[in-house]
Design a binder for this molecule. Sequence first.
Ligand SMILES: O=P(O)(O)OC[C@@]1(O)O[C@H](CO)[C@@H](O)[C@@H]1O
Length: 310
Amino acid sequence: MIVTVTLNPAVDEEFLVPEFQPGGWFRSKNAIRTPGGKGINVSMMLAQLGYESAAMGFLAGFNGAYIRDVLRKDRITTNFIHVKGETRTNVYIVDESGHIETGLSEPGPYISEEAYNRFLRNYQRMLQRTRLLILGGSLPPGIPQDIYGELIRMAKEYNIPTIVDAAGLPLQSALEAGPTIAKIDHRFMSRISGISLTSLDNIIEVVSKLHDQGVEWATTSYHIYGDVFFTPKGIYLALAERRSVVSLFAAADALITGLIVGGEEGMDVEDRIRFAMACAWEDSMHVEKGFSSRKAIEALMPRVQLERFD
Ligand SMILES: O=P(O)(O)OC[C@@]1(O)O[C@H](CO)[C@@H](O)[C@@H]1O
């Protein structure tokens, strides 16, 4: 089974506010409320493309109950530890006219040692039924910063491939454990490598070193130009057109979904990148998270430009 881990889920509230700016009173044209958090988004997007998965992590309060119910309606297996407090709400203000997004995130509920240990026992049991694991997002208070490294090491004992999308210390600990695929936070890599990743050469120099840590695929964004993919078959720069972008906040989750589906369907490296980029692009063309249809994604694939570096 494909398993996604979201330790700090969120209810995402997107408000559509044309010409939003700080310091004023605005009325939203519309508000969209959806379950969120990186692993949960991947589970929901996989479901849209016909792939089953199980979602794990921590849920709390009314928001937690709402997330669990929506996931179950989407036929996603839920395996969460319920804790005291309230799952966070993350607010996004989307100004479609100027294609600008503003985000605001809560810290999430405190996770006690007892709840954390319950999660680890649950995770250990789940690993016996897992064939691909996705770890995504920030950590709620109370969770050790090196948890992703620990979870990847445990998965490796069962030879389970892992995909991680995180930032800061949690990403660092994940990279030390050598995930199969890593979505690299660009600013964080600049900070830990001490090299400013403003040029493609610098990105290639820094990210290439991750192969030595066992990372098979890595991807990172390269400014507004696109995404760089480090694959077993070489390094690629992939570009999508920006004109049609409305909302980018879940595009990285769509990209990961595309990489998963491409892997599941045995696509070759270039088609897998094109499919992942087309997923991210299609997701970003509308305010609602996810995809209009698989056909819409496939229609974008030939428009993704790929450049290979030797
Ligand atoms: O605070 P984190 O966990 O890093 O990110 C949380 C989040 O921004 O990630 C998703 C988009 O990738 C949203 O659904 C959610 O609100």
